[in-house]
Design a protein around this ligand. Structure first.
Ligand SMILES: *[C@@H]1O[C@H](CO)[C@@H](O)[C@H](O)[C@H]1NC(C)=O
Ligand SMILES: *[C@@H]1O[C@H](CO)[C@@H](O)[C@H](O)[C@H]1NC(C)=O
Ligand SMILES: *[C@@H]1O[C@H](CO)[C@@H](O)[C@H](O)[C@H]1NC(C)=O
Ligand SMILES: *[C@@H]1O[C@H](CO)[C@@H](O)[C@H](O)[C@H]1NC(C)=O
Length: 387
């Protein structure tokens, strides 16, 4: 009797669960699938599926399968600071050693590189990035984020990345987002950190995140490119000073941080190592994102301003770069490019466990406060704009 009753209960339970699942599927998921990517849908997706679908952006590799940090082994100063910055951000990186000029072999150079014509340190930089792509493919990672050792980011990086992912899916019209791939895998490069990016001059679609408290005013930025003049004229509701844009990018510069999919790693390694390369790695990758007559175009997306900046500690400029030889006598203050609440500039507070961080700019602007509480911060939502 007891057993028959519990069997009956179990059957009823299963029926109930099935009905609930069916109801959920029929109403919620079907609605998500059929609706187009209007504002309402990005809101809908965010509200109902946010934690589930974008939850992995909260993990130690920011929702990518792997993160590399590239840097010369002897730059222990940069490794220490990167170790601290990733520790307070809850990020795990694998170091990929930078390549010194004396480690380069003439025979291994791709067509187009010549050590008497190209700066050997720049060739070493290209090689280190190729080594990261090579390692990624050897390990079968579906996506990887590649950072340089002086990369810096806003303390709110995960919230920014989640909205960037919403924008990316909105632009691509993604139908189904998988928890295992919060950014998807059907793009080549997500150029989230650099000193420039820009859409093709005929581009009409973008995702705009207005009143973004983590966007520095244009006069504080060390970037170029960004939204097209015609966008600015047509959509004055998205002022350049306070809006973050996301778009398909046709150019880029500087490789502070970029993500590649497996497809992207294959395309970049093929075109910039197996085929040929002229000039620095970032300029060559920029050619791939744009329309270069001798290249096959890849699919690149970028936020503007970028999300991963670069940090320079106060003192001599000679310490900044391992590629360019800069003057020891030339000094500058502490710099974190294109960031408001720089993780590195707030490192003492973050290590002390404080929940209040400060903007690097001693000013209050309408969309961003000088002081920010990590527990109260809410990242704004964006809108898809289709021209
Ligand atoms: C590199 O360029 C120099 C100067 O143009 C030339 O003399 C040399 O033969 C080149 N080396 C290779 C391996 O092509
Ligand atoms: C983070 O999430 C991504 C996407 O699901 C996954 O590929 C990666 O393995 C996760 N990383 C960690 C450290 O769990
Ligand atoms: C913009 O895209 C068009 C194709 O849509 C292409 O023909 C043109 O060369 C591109 N412009 C630039 C500046 O790359
Ligand atoms: C494309 O490649 C050809 C042959 O290698 C070369 O002559 C030409 O200058 C290249 N064009 C550009 C724009 O780089």
């Amino acid at each position: 009797m007891q057993t028959r009753k519990s069997v009956f209960c179990r059957a009823l339970q299963i029926l109930l669960v099935t009905c609930t699942l069916y109801f959920f599927y029929a109403t919620v998921l079907e609605k998500a699938r059929e609706a187009s990517w209007s504002d309402a849908v990005s809101d809908f997706v965010r509200r109902s599926l946010s934690d589930g679908v974008f939850g992995h952006i909260g993990n130690r590799t920011l929702g990518f399968e792997h993160i590399y940090a590239i840097g010369l082994e002897e730059r222990t100063d940069k490794r220490d600071f990167m170790a601290l910055t990733t520790a307070v951000s809850g990020i795990t990186v694998q170091w990929m050693d930078g390549v010194r000029p004396d480690e380069l072999h003439e025979k291994s150079l791709p067509q187009g590189y010549n050590l008497t014509l190209m700066k050997p340190a720049a060739v070493g930089c290209w090689r280190a990035h190729m080594n990261a792509l090579n390692d990624m493919l050897s390990n079968g990672y579906s996506t990887a984020l590649i950072l340089e050792d002086d990369a810096d980011w806003d303390v709110t990086l995960r919230a920014q990345l989640q909205e960037f992912a919403v924008g990316l899916h909105a632009l691509k019209g993604t139908r189904k987002i998988s928890k295992e791939a919060p950014y998807g895998v059907d793009w080549d490069v997500l150029w989230i950190g650099g000193c420039a990016s820009g859409p093709n001059s005929s581009e009409t679609d973008f995702y705009a995140i207005p009143n973004d408290p983590t966007v520095p005013r244009t006069e504080h930025r060390g970037t170029w490119g960004g939204p097209l003049e015609q966008w600015k004229e047509q959509y004055p509701e998205y002022p350049e000073d306070s809006t973050r844009f996301v778009y398909r990018s046709a150019m880029g510069c500087c490789t502070y941080g970029y993500a590649v999919s497996k497809r992207g790693a294959q395309n970049v390694l093929m075109q910039l190592s197996v085929d040929h390369i002229e000039g620095a790695i970032d300029n060559a990758m920029s050619d791939l994102c744009g329309f270069h007559p001798n290249r096959t175009r890849i699919e690149c997306y970028a936020p503007f301003p970028n999300l991963v900046g670069t940090y320079r500690r106060a003192g001599s400029a000679a310490r900044d770069s391992d590629i360019n030889v800069l003057d020891w006598d030339q000094v500058h203050g502490e710099e974190a490019w294109n960031l408001i609440y720089s993780t590195r500039m707030n490192i003492h507070r973050l290590v002390a466990g404080e929940r209040t961080v400060y903007s690097q700019w001693d000013e209050d602007v309408p969309w961003s406060d000088r002081e920010m509480n990590l527990d109260e911060f809410v990242y704004p939502r964006g809108h898809l704009v289709r021209g």
